[in-house]
Design a protein around this ligand. Sequence first.
Ligand code: F6P
Length: 321
Amino acid sequence: MKEKKIAVLTSGGDSPGMNAAIRSIVRVGIDNGLKVYGVRCGYKGLFEGDYCRLYSKDVADKIMLGGTFLETSRFPGLYEDDIQAEVARKVKEFGFGAVFVIGGNGSLRGAHALSAHGMSSIVLPGSIDNDIAGTEISIGVDTALNTILFAVDRIKDTASSHERTFIVEVMGRHSGWLALMGAIATGADEAIIPECTFDLDALVKKIEKRREDGKKNTIILVAEGAMSGTVLMEKLQGKIPYEVRLTILGHIQRGGSPTAYDRILASRLGRYAVEQYMMGNRNILVGFSGIVQTVLPLERVVNMVKPASTEDLKTVRYLSL
Ligand code: F6P
């Protein structure tokens, strides 16, 4: 017998598209005969019993909103075993068959820890850092990346007008994904990421070589987890005779209306998460890993008809309820 009550919460750093995911869980859940409850402020709200019933109308006009209307928090208390036991006990008392957690690695670890105390969860990856293993992409990543593009494109204009070297610090505590992809997509000249050793001399040589080649500006994206932009600027200033400027993008990257990609991703993951719940699956991360490079001869492709995604039609229909 499946539990009819489920809870949804957002946890850790917010990411654009979380509202779309909540909307999807609520509407697909209701369509599957579930009573859906929204927990305020992440695990903290679960601990404090701060939740309320969500109906279809409560998630209307939310898909385009950044942030999370359920609000979120970082709840260090969850590292403690007795708090975990208390949270799991309350979830049982409230009668939630599972808690749908939308969040990043910390939230995922929290869900895993709670499973040892008997709480069931289904985790949806939501973090701009794109550092969650087990999924190719997470909710919010695309919007954050587009925000970086928007900013760096503008920085490039002024960098080129003034022949300056610009450092742009982007988010990514443990992951250089945003810095790397941001660099590719903006045509920036260097990305400094926590996963790779930083070589100051090589960077200086690169800037000088660019000058020799007639390229007077250089754009460097640095992931905050590799080094702060301020530290990098100090290091560089002592080594090159050219003007260096720094822009720290900060929390701008976490806000804003989600892109079409993030809305679709969040809607799909929400639907998928509820379907998994209905199938009896618990303590899982739902994700996507579909971006595989393929090479096909034209001969084969020329008469191929791209199949319509009936799965996505299901998503559209569910969410229009
Ligand atoms: O976890 C996502 C993230 O955006 C990191 O890239 C960043 O270091 C961190 O959150 C900032 O968190 P807070 O808003 O709590 O300072």
